[in-house]
Design a protein. Structure first.
Length: 132
């Protein structure tokens, strides 16, 4: 894919990884086992046609790109952060805020618990787990 080519052309060492993801929002639960690639602090994968990049640093960055939307979220423990949510078909940006309740970022494991607000309205309380 084009995304994969862009990152491979950066010249960083990358390795293929198997990812186990779990996303919980109230009664909604989605589990996946997918292939991805990882370099020193970045994980890339495509799930259900959505290209995802997670940057692992003191502030976790999540970028998701689909044919319908682009979203960028930042997770910083016990903080409120601003992100972007772009609706492609409507050519419209929504204000997005994240309140991060918990982060665990250890060897081959990421857990993020957060509240997501769109235009100042609570969109959901999420728990995201990634094993790689």
């Amino acid at each position: 894919s084009k995304l994969l080519y862009i990152y491979l052309s950066l010249g960083d060492f990358m390795s293929k990884v198997v990812l186990n993801t779990l996303l919980v929002n109230g009664d909604f639960i989605k589990k996946s086992k997918i292939n991805g690639i990882k370099n020193k602090n970045c994980i890339l994968y495509i799930e259900d046609g959505i290209k995802t990049r997670i940057t692992l640093s003191p502030i976790i960055k999540l970028e998701r790109l689909s044919s319908e939307y682009n979203i960028v979220l930042y997770f910083d423990i016990n903080s409120k952060t601003s992100g972007t949510y772009y609706l492609i078909g409507y050519n419209k940006y929504l204000d997005v805020e994240v309140i991060t309740k918990n982060i665990i970022n250890s060897d081959n494991y990421l857990y993020v618990e957060y509240e997501l607000y769109m235009d100042k309205v609570l969109s959901g309380v999420f728990k995201f787990t990634l094993n790689y």
